[in-house]
Design a protein around this ligand. Structure first.
Ligand code: CTP
Ligand code: MG
Length: 214
């Protein structure tokens, strides 16, 4: 069976404020280059959704498609461009992806058909109201969802079609599958898989890269 990595990388990076985020470099390597390099050894092909008008940087072993206006639309376009049996969807904005996590995820998807990397929540949770503590939220059983996420392709195609038909929008793909009532396996993730979203995250990434790249 064939596996494709689908990398949505078409966002504009508004919160980071450094232009399209996938091209932002951490210790001399772009977020996109880091994500492609982490996934390439595990899959038969790598597809990347890029902002309109941009080209794949030289040296990346991947195929590019034009992204859409939302992450969901970018993933839908990537999905339409592969016939692999299994797809592994990963944000370009999560550049530190340990190989062991990919291995565990692929094992899980072979069983369940859908799986996501996620981290059990460690902090105390509270619902705030007007800047005040309104009500504590028990964290038992709560996970923070990360990527990569893996699916039998036809399953994710169906989930996207349903979401499109019902005008449902989501910031991840596992949620679209789960709302069909299908099982999604939670695979323990890794703190290093944080998404580079704000300037503070980029500073954290620079610090982590010194260890990661050594
Ligand atoms: N993404 C995409 N197409 C879009 C929007 C987002 O492919 N239309 C991708 C981003 O490139 C990123 C991932 O989805 O790899 C997660 O999105 P996010 O962290 O929100 O990135 P941006 O949308 O670029 O950032 P912001 O929301 O701050 O503008
Ligand atoms: Mg965004």
């Amino acid at each position: 069976s064939r596996t494709a990595a689908l990398i949505p990388a078409a966002g504009s990076g508004t919160r980071l404020g450094r232009g399209p985020k996938a091209f932002v470099e951490v210790a001399g390597l772009s977020l996109l280059a880091r994500s492609v390099a982490a996934l390439a050894p595990w899959v038969d092909e790598v597809l990347v959704a890029l902002p309109a008008g941009s080209d794949l940087p030289p040296g990346l072993l991947a195929r590019a498609v034009e992204g859409g206006g939302t992450r969901q639309e970018s993933v839908a376009r990537l999905l339409a461009d592969t016939d692999a049996d299994v797809v592994l969807v990963h944000d370009a904005a999560r550049p530190f992806l340990p190989g062991a996590v990919v291995g565990a995820l692929l094992e899980a998807v072979a069983g369940t058909g859908a799986a996501t990397v996620a981290l059990p929540v460690a902090d105390t949770l509270v619902r705030g109201e007007g800047g005040l503590w309104a009500e504590g939220v028990p964290r038992e059983g709560l996970w923070a969802v990360q990527t990569p996420q893996a699916f039998r392709r036809e399953l994710l195609v169906r989930a996207h079609a349903e979401a499109g038909a019902q005008e449902v929008s989501a910031t991840d793909d596992a949620g679209l599958v789960a709302r069909l009532g299908l099982p999604v396996r939670l695979v323990p993730g890794d703190a290093r898989l944080f998404k580079v979203t704000t300037p503070g995250d980029l500073a954290l990434a620079e610090a982590l890269a010194r260890v990661w790249d050594a």
